[in-house]
Design a protein around this ligand. Sequence first.
Ligand code: GUN
Ligand code: FE
Length: 477
Amino acid sequence: VTPTTGSLSTYLALPKAVLCVSHDSGIIQWIEEDVPSSLLQDVLAKHGITGEDVSLVELETGEFLIPGFIDTHTHAPQVPNIGSGQEHELLDWLAKVTFPTEAKFEDVTFARKAYTSAVRRIIDNGTTTCCYYGTLHLEGTKVLADIVHDFGQRAFVGKCNMNRHSPDYYVEPSAEESVARTRAMIAHIRSLSGSPSHALVQPVVTPRFAISCTPELLVQLGDLVAADPTLAIQTHISENAAEIVFTKSLFPPDILPTPPLHQGPKPTETTYAGVYDAYGLIRSNTILAHAVHLEDSEVKLIKERNAGISHCPTSNFNLRSGCAKVGAFLDAGIKVGLGTDVSGGFSPSILTAVQHASIASKVVALSAPEHKHTHPHAAATSIPFANRHLPIATLLYLATLGGAEVCNLEKRVGSLEVGKEFDALVVSVREDAGNPNLWGLDLDQALGRTSEVGKEELQAMLERFLFCGDDRNIRRV
Ligand code: GUN
Ligand code: FE
């Protein structure tokens, strides 16, 4: 089962497909659809493969392949905090719950232990590509990158830049020190993983959010990324109402530099996106998390810069931030993926993000009266996504190929297509996977007719898995 390049509204469900991966390169060589068992040897022979060259993995009825999940926004040091302090909104939650825990990662021994368990848990949940925030600590963040690299997960790892509006015990002493540590982190990660075009683990410049960075720091980070177009950038944007008011007060338009790509007169009002843009931090390899309360001009700017949005619905509900208008972003042609945003979000699983992305789109639809109760089966490409529920195909896309686009990895991963890296999960909805939430009439029927799992049964299995599945149903990563 795979999304396909160029369509957000359809996906491929191919029962009895044979997919061939090169053992040497890990690249998908060919895919043949509808191959009955009796013809398997013929198909292999057609591709010049004899018994000795091949190791054959056959999936059982009730098992299928999907591309690995992509988490475009999470905080590795917050995994120990999952499920605590959820009575707060963003700024209180940072001060009371998050910063005290992150400060502990100054202790490298603690960091190694906590990160090892966090990364293993994230991989077990089927996330094969992950955009990680570390803490502000250089050594701890290097340890995170080492662990991710040793596990062989594809990832972006960033050390938080934060030199103001943070507690005394958890703040960087100066812009210079923050940037020097960032440079050291970049050098360390590149020494692990090699050239950006093939690296599994890549560095990402991570100004935590505008509030925690002085203008001097943002200027220096802007210079750093301007000198290296391959450097990815990640940050938070427009998550919470109080945060937005504070951001605008810290960056009145007269203190902002004129952005390099800016045309026309200087704006008289600041927008959140306009702040980052003024420092050259919004570009095609920038990942913007949340985007709950974007103004129209910000949506336009993000599209113009071809930056990506990480939709973090679990966190947006949990911290009472709001519902991002994902349908409108998709209509605008913006790249969108999903983020767990642990521990603002209380689950490290992209499946939970899928479920909450569906609910968030339904909440948006409910509050748009003109669209209420229309398009019950909307799936056609011609129907705009704004103000309606996201179809299954779109949810699958957000969890995989959409995330790959946000990370600029769509040529390498995100779908099961010839020429891409084989980066996939074996999903099992079988009874012996041990998840009773998935057992139900249509599935039982599908599984009962052992040799007869067709496209429709496979689609039913996917929907059940997306909404009721968990890590028990992810057999192999
Ligand atoms: N904004 C700044 N830092 C954070 C964080 O750690 N989590 C979330 N959700 N938003 C933030
Ligand atoms: Fe976050």
